[in-house]
Design a protein around this ligand. Structure first.
Ligand SMILES: [Zn+2]
Length: 163
């Protein structure tokens, strides 16, 4: 019978004196994401706290927030919040189309850098402990692993490297 209390905080630049606070698309995305976490907590009715809100397993905790993000450009949702500050006009359709089109921008790079880093992790984990300890040329090991799958492109470095 205890109702949850959820607080969302969003850091946005303070507007000029007397001006309204306006959000960028990135800030709106963060707001929707974090509010998805809030809804997860607010709607949780469970016997065991482990299954509520942000206490769930890490591979599920981002699901409600990702679903909530999906609605940012949903026409009915967009029409309710994306309105011109002076005229109250909804976002023009051509702008909405450009926002949809831009969602795929740079995804080839982002996916490749992520996959390369994940592949390096897999390469390390495919070694036995003694094999891994015997690797002295870490950069060479990484380069070889990436070359094996064709992700050895110097223009797309891995998101992170071996420690
Ligand atoms: Zn999250």
């Amino acid at each position: 019978g205890t109702s949850p209390v959820v607080v969302n905080n969003l850091n946005v630049p303070r507007p000029a004196e007397g001006q309204p606070t306006l959000l960028t698309l990135d800030e709106v995305t963060t707001l929707f994401h974090e509010f998805g976490h809030a809804l997860h907590g607010l709607f949780a009715t469970v016997t065991y706290p482990h299954f509520a809100g942000t206490n769930v397993f890490r591979d599920f905790v981002e699901f409600p927030s990702q679903v909530n993000e999906m609605w940012i450009l949903w026409p009915e949702v967009l029409a309710s919040y994306a309105r011109h500050i002076d005229t109250d006009e909804p976002l023009p359709a051509e702008v909405t189309e450009k926002l949809h089109a831009s969602s795929a921008f740079n995804q080839g790079f982002a996916t490749s850098e992520y996959l390369a880093a994940a592949w390096i992790d897999q390469a390390w984990h495919s070694l036995g402990a003694e094999e891994a300890a015997a690797v002295t040329d870490v950069a060479g090991f990484e380069a070889s692993a990436l070359a094996d799958i064709g992700l050895d492109n110097p223009l797309v470095p891995t998101r992170y490297s071996s420690t």
